[in-house]
Design a protein. Structure first.
Length: 70
């Protein structure tokens, strides 16, 4: 589980290559697949939206957020 600095966005990266992202009181606000290559993570939302992030200094940086692993 990766959580942003304000505990608003929570990303669960599942071992089967799927992710489930909660936002505030909305569980499963976004779901889809992810791929990790080196320090980069690519996301493909079930609705077709692509995004990416980077693992750096023990944190996940994605879409202007900094996530910490819990």
């Amino acid at each position: 589980m990766w959580v942003d600095d304000h505990d608003f966005v929570r990303q669960e990266l599942l071992p089967d290559g799927r992710y489930d992202e909660a936002r505030g009181d909305r569980p499963s606000a976004y779901q889809g697949r992810y791929w990790i290559t080196g320090n980069r993570i690519d996301y493909l939302d079930d609705l077709g939206f692509w995004a990416f992030g980077e693992f750096r200094d023990g944190h996940l940086h994605h879409a202007g957020y900094r996530f910490t692993r819990r």
